[in-house]
Design a binder for this molecule. Structure first.
Ligand SMILES: Cc1cc2nc3c(=O)[nH]c(=O)nc-3n(C[C@H](O)[C@H](O)[C@H](O)COP(=O)(O)O)c2cc1C
Length: 614
């Protein structure tokens, strides 16, 4: 079984779900008489919630069915009876008497065993020898465990209409082929591990450092299910740390290490939770202190576990220039006004970014004299903390409601926004703050996405940036957008690429919304997850759509597809881009509920992506 270094099952129970290795006789009594010689799908549903939502699937389930955990968590397993992700009904070849029998067994709380036709995400048929076991709590069934022994179904149904590309051929599929070369293995064959003996003869050090450490967290979880020896190796915390570092980059791993409780959670568990997002939840926080005078249109940013708030628009459009800090490490976090010398001129509609781990950078915004294009840096840990103006040569046009992000920990990227007389911009500038005399550099591109304000820029995969949404210019009009553009800044001649769009006329690559795209919006929140996925929520959305609905996109997919992520807890009603920040890569903090004109900064909402790190 995968991902289970901290699971509730004992090691023996866990091992019983794995491919046998040579000395499997040593495995003690089995919790279920289902030991198979090939990896099984393993699903757990919540029997207390209506309609048995899935709360866990293992990597074998993901690899065999082609559905990823985040696509299926929260759903009932019956989608496997539909041919492909868009089919609405059970396929007519699925035996309805077996389905009725499952229903009866679930209703009566007894075990089910039987075989039925299922379908992979790409529409190809699979036979599923299914065993369902209800798990009793004190006096009721709390969970049901499903063990699926999948085999190929010899039915030729032809290709799924409209499907040309086989889903994801990324690294996890490399292990799919390894596993399928071992599968099916005849029951009772004592030589099941013959194909991998060569690997197992390598020393543990070579196996760990040269092979396992280079795989993705998903792959490691799968490899652990191949045999007991690999399973033991994959329980090592140092290995998991290396895997996370190789898969997500050392900067992300460094940030994750600073998250309180992360060490206790362990890298294996953290990797699993950040991959499956199974522990993601909303939670409300009440904090002390006050941000006074009250304001809106401020900017917030995290420095380690401290949230910093700068500026904003006070009463009568008064631009503010004060700095507040909220230390989330403290047992009773309180907003504290920080006395900082030489503050920048007051402003709103600016951006606040973090560079070099502890320095904050303010750029642009709207001040008393109009729009700004100045840059100020604050080292929060300096004694006393002082704002310092950086006179970056050749600055971009003054602007507000632009978007910023940090590349390589030291470079500020600024894109778009609103210039004088309300003109929207489409340029992208970079300022390398590691230089003694930083110089602004416009990134030259042959084509730019339509000019816009209120969009987000996120960094993923090291040096790639992703632009989402905003209020975009289209001819003489301006529309909220849900367009996604990416640019790889490690390329010699970086260029914008349209990934998926809302179908605005004239945009290359648009009209293929790829999944359930988030409704068009501006001033939303974008969170970059380790591994490259981007999570979107909040902002200004037209109509009755809920802004707190979470959407997730993996821009590294061959065909990036939006998915909805359902998360328990109480989300905020509003979440505006500049009033939120991401702490330690695992927590998105939304500042303040809004009642009329007032921002209540004592009320925060937190979207935590991993358990007990908060
Ligand atoms: C833990 C668990 C795992 C299940 N796994 C599968 C599965 O792999 N394939 C499948 O076709 N149905 C599976 N089911 C059954 C369906 O979820 C559903 O209960 C069945 O289709 C009967 O309900 P329905 O008539 O409302 O669809 C599973 C159910 C549970 C509780």
């Amino acid at each position: 079984m995968e991902w289970d270094s901290n699971s509730d099952l004992s090691d023996d129970e866990a091992v019983s779900f794995m491919l046998n290795d040579d000395d499997d006789d040593a495995v003690g009594p089995l919790p279920f008489p289902v030991l198979q010689t090939a990896p099984c799908g393993f699903v757990v549903t919540d029997a207390v919630e209506p309609d048995h939502p899935i709360i866990y699937v293992n990597a074998v389930f993901e690899m065999v069915t082609g559905y990823r955990a985040e696509e299926v968590l929260g759903r009932n397993c019956r989608f496997l009876q539909c041919r492909g992700p868009f089919a609405k009904r059970r396929h007519p070849l699925v035996d309805s008497t077996v389905v009725s029998e499952i229903r009866r067994c679930l209703d009566e709380g007894v075990e089910f065993q039987g075989e039925l036709l299922n379908f992979r995400k790409d529409g190809s048929p699979l036979m599923n020898r299914l065993r369902l076991t209800p798990i009793y709590g004190e006096d009721e069934i709390t969970h049901v465990i499903g063990i699926q022994f999948f085999t190929e179904a010899n039915i030729d149904l032809g290709p799924l209409p409209g499907s040309t590309i086989k889903e994801s051929t990324k690294s996890s599929d490399r292990f799919h082929s390894v596993l399928s070369s071992l599968n099916p293995v005849p029951v009772g064959d004592r030589n099941v591990t013959r194909g991998i003996c060569g690997i197992l003869q390598l020393s543990d050090e070579v196996l760990s450092l040269k092979i396992l450490a280079r795989l993705t967290p998903r792959d490691i979880a799968s490899v652990g299910s191949v045999c007991r020896h690999l399973y033991e190796l994959t329980k090592n915390e140092d290995l998991w740390r290396m895997v996370c570092q190789n898969a997500w980059g050392s900067e992300t791993t460094r940030v994750l290490e600073t998250v309180p409780g992360a060490r206790r959670l362990g890298w294996g568990r953290l990797a699993r939770e950040l991959t499956t997002l199974e522990a993601a939840a909303w939670r409300k926080l009440t904090v002390g202190g006050a941000v006074e005078p009250s304001r809106c249109n401020f900017s917030a940013c995290a420095v380690g576990n401290r949230v910093v708030l700068f500026g904003g628009e006070g009463v009568n459009m008064q631009p503010m220039n004060d700095t507040f800090v909220l230390d989330l490490n403290s047992s009773n976090p309180e907003w504290q006004h920080v006395q900082v010398s030489s503050p920048p001129p007051g402003r709103w509609g600016h951006t606040l970014s973090c560079v070099n781990g502890s320095r904050l950078v303010v750029f642009g915004g709207c001040g008393t004299q109009g729009l700004l294009n100045d840059v100020f840096v604050l080292d929060l840990d300096a004694k006393p903390p002082t704002w310092r103006e950086i006179s970056g040569l050749a600055p971009p046009l003054p602007r507000s409601w632009h978007s910023s992000c940090t590349l390589d920990g030291t470079k500020l990227i600024v894109s778009g926004g609103c210039a004088d007389s309300g003109v929207l911009l489409s340029d992208t500038f970079l300022l390398d703050l590691s230089m003694e005399k930083p110089v602004w550099r416009e990134i030259p591109v042959a084509w730019t996405p339509p000019s816009r304000l209120g969009h987000t820029l996120s960094v993923y995969g090291g040096r790639k940036i992703l632009m989402f949404g905003g209020l975009a210019k289209c001819g003489a009009l301006r529309f909220r957008s849900s367009d996604v553009f990416t640019m790889d800044l490690s390329e010699e001649e970086p260029c914008w690429r349209c990934v998926t769009g809302s179908g605005l006329p004239g945009l290359p690559g648009t009209g293929n919304p790829g999944g359930i795209a988030p409704p068009p919006r501006l001033d939303h929140v974008a969170v970059s997850l380790p591994g490259g996925r981007i999570l979107i929520f909040g902002g200004s959305v037209a109509g009755l759509h809920s802004a707190s609905q979470l959407y997730i996109l993996d821009p590294t997919d061959e065909k990036p597809t939006w998915r909805i992520l359902n998360v328990p807890g109480r989300p905020p009603r509003f979440a505006w881009g500049h009033s939120t920040c991401v702490v330690g890569g695992t927590r998105a903090i939304v500042m303040g509920g809004q009642t009329g004109e007032e921002w209540m900064l004592s009320e925060l909402h937190e979207l935590s992506l991993a358990s007990s790190v908060s």
